[in-house]
Design a protein around this ligand. Structure first.
Ligand code: AVJ
Length: 325
């Protein structure tokens, strides 16, 4: 589906709502109850995510920005003429600007995001600031089998996946996604590279604070999922009866976010009833952290080779530049 400012053909908003309803109902029917983090990002959720990025505790965004600033000259040196930049989960496209400013050899940019609002806003601003760049936004779930526009045929592809968003996926899902992109972007003999941001395993205190900031912005972001269900699906979540929790799961090397029920209660969503006992939780997000070794193993499994790598300090965040093997 194309963004609002282009003409919209395929998926309708109704279809997305139905998908949300279906996924939510099936996720809450299982044990433990789970939801997909992609549903955080309605217009309000995208705003809250940007507010998280401005909290003092949430180090990934500013750390990655700093690392990108320091390494961008080296990164773009490997980008061929007339390349197409494809970004997965582009949001406000703020990090992208660092690359666009340093790489005039890019001829087009395809930002892909599930949030129509965030994408339209970003596209309008980018078109003003980069009048020579051809921008074709796609409102899509980037885990889907995405078709790039015909105009990209034969051009080198630079995929950009910053923010450690890959951490939302289990190692198996992450591997499948990297394989999908290698196959899809590389079809017809395109030259493909992937620039990807990865958050690293670090001390538990720093990790936990980043996912449970003192101002409560992350808690609000987490609870917005329930408010979204109330708004879009006429669910009756009482958000004061759930609290936000972040834990470090050491054996899986991931932060988990939960919404914990404060009391025994029943919630209804479109005629379905879900009972929660006190202390029962919805597992709303995983944010996997990596070591250099664990990330390189993932790349190798998925058929990508590391051509370059940068890491920040003292707070460790990494950018990897990958090529198909
Ligand atoms: C957008 C998936 C990278 O996992 O750090 C931020 C989302 N969740 N705070 C992350 C998020 C809670 C974020 N990603």
């Amino acid at each position: 589906r194309l963004a609002k400012d282009s003409c919209s053909l395929a998926d309708s908003p109704e279809k997305n709502t139905t998908q949300f309803a279906r996924d939510l109902i099936s996720g809450l029917s299982g044990q433990p109850k789970v939801t997909s983090p992609k549903y955080f990002y309605d217009a309000r959720g995208s705003e809250l995510f940007e507010a998280i990025c401005r909290t003092p505790e949430y180090y990934p965004t500013r750390t990655e920005m700093m690392l990108l600033r320091q390494s961008v000259a080296q990164i773009v040196a490997d980008i061929p003429m007339h390349s197409v930049l494809v970004e997965f989960g582009s949001g406000a496209s703020e990090k992208t600007r660092l690359i666009l400013d340093a790489a005039p050899q890019l001829s087009s940019y395809i930002p892909i995001d599930v949030s129509d609002g965030a994408l339209s806003k970003a596209t309008i601003r980018l078109r003003e600031d980069y009048p020579n760049l051809h921008i074709s936004p796609l409102v899509e779930d980037f885990t889907k089998d995405i078709q790039l526009p015909l105009s990209t045929t034969g051009k080198p592809i630079v995929a950009f996946f910053p923010g450690s968003t890959i951490g939302n996926f289990t190692p198996e899902e992450a591997c499948n996604l990297l394989v999908l992109w290698r196959e899809r972007l590389g079809h017809l003999g395109h030259e493909v590279q992937l620039i990807i941001g990865i958050d690293m395993v670090k001390d538990e205190g720093t990790l936990l604070a980043a996912y449970d900031d003192a101002q409560g912005v992350t808690a609000e972001f987490n609870k917005n999922l329930l408010l979204r269900a109330n708004r879009e699906l006429a669910a009756d979540f009482d958000i004061d009866r759930f609290y936000h929790r972040a834990i470090w799961n050491a054996s899986e090397q991931r932060i988990e976010m939960h919404l914990v029920s404060c009391v025994d209660q029943v919630v209804t969503i479109g005629g379905y009833r879900f009972s929660f006992h006190k202390g029962e939780f919805i597992h709303t997000e995983n944010s996997h952290k990596f070591t250099d070794g664990s990330f390189r193993r993932l790349c190798e499994q998925a058929g990508w080779s590391v051509s370059n790598h940068w890491i920040s300090s003292p707070i460790s965040f990494s950018i990897y530049q990958l090529r198909t093997l």
